[in-house]
Design a protein around this ligand. Sequence first.
Ligand SMILES: Cc1cc2nc3c(=O)[nH]c(=O)nc-3n(C[C@H](O)[C@H](O)[C@H](O)COP(=O)(O)OP(=O)(O)OC[C@H]3O[C@@H](n4cnc5c(N)ncnc54)[C@H](O)[C@@H]3O)c2cc1C
Length: 282
Amino acid sequence: MWSDAEVTNVIVDGNRAVGVRTADGIEINARKVVASTVSVEQTFLEFVDPGDIPEEFAHKVKTEVAHKDWSLFSVHLAMQEFPEYTAAGVRSRREPGVGGEPGHRVDRSARCGLEDDPRADSVEPRPNAAVNSLYDPDRRPPGYSTGLLRQFAPFALADGGEGAWDSMGRWYGQKCIDAWRRYAPNVTDDAIVDWSVFTPHDIARKLPNMVKGDWMMGEISLANMLDQRPLPELGQFRTPIEGLYMAGSTQHPHGFITFGPGYNALQVIAEDLDIDKWWARI
Ligand SMILES: Cc1cc2nc3c(=O)[nH]c(=O)nc-3n(C[C@H](O)[C@H](O)[C@H](O)COP(=O)(O)OP(=O)(O)OC[C@H]3O[C@@H](n4cnc5c(N)ncnc54)[C@H](O)[C@@H]3O)c2cc1C
């Protein structure tokens, strides 16, 4: 069993996927199938030789697999305090979105900074704030807590592209903390032990399967749902190459619904291999 190995190729023999090759040149033979949980682009434009898939299908992968142009900006905090929200008067166990003032439209608040450049003075972040150590004390030593701020953010900035996040990430993270602090004033600099950011650019760098930082692994739209996701040709989890399946969040239902795509792919693979489904159907 291999883990942490970078796959570079799906080995195809006579239109059948028979294994994978890693960046170290190791070839791993598939006993039955190859299941890909990375992006459609990686699978069909990088891993598979162009001659192994129909030209028309390759063209569709290049032109019709859609990704949204916005992603997530996160701030991770180690703290010595649990936030105390002025509005609640007590330690809140809720996960608020901060900065949504009366009269703001919720969707507009959540999408703040997407239509406009987040660097503009007029754009204030309104992150979602989570203190997961309230629910899971194992995440922190006694007396400490964790914090996670998440803000929808453009993947590429109008000026500087996605690379601009590298120089402005820390600055924008501070703006998110400041926004939180307005509602939880005890989250002072002294209360914060340390913090770091994970920008949309970081997502794409760490997870090449999340093209443009797309954590849904494909835009969710009416044209890209159910058996049309991510392309009609792939909607049944099978691919133009026999024995090669798509099993990650490129597939129905989509990212954010943990285990859903893999479970669905498993049903199809089991049917094709004539395996008794010993697990309870959901
Ligand atoms: C910042 C952030 C916050 C999120 N928050 C939530 C949340 O609160 N709730 C929620 O439900 N979902 C959330 N998501 C979405 C969730 O993480 C994804 O929907 C889910 O991880 C997708 O699962 P997957 O198995 O399809 O892909 P992944 O979990 O990304 O797994 C694919 C794996 O393939 C690996 N890989 C890529 N290329 C190669 C290669 N060439 N060779 C070998 N391995 C490779 C990647 O390193 C990765 O480990 C969040 C995502 C991000 C980025």
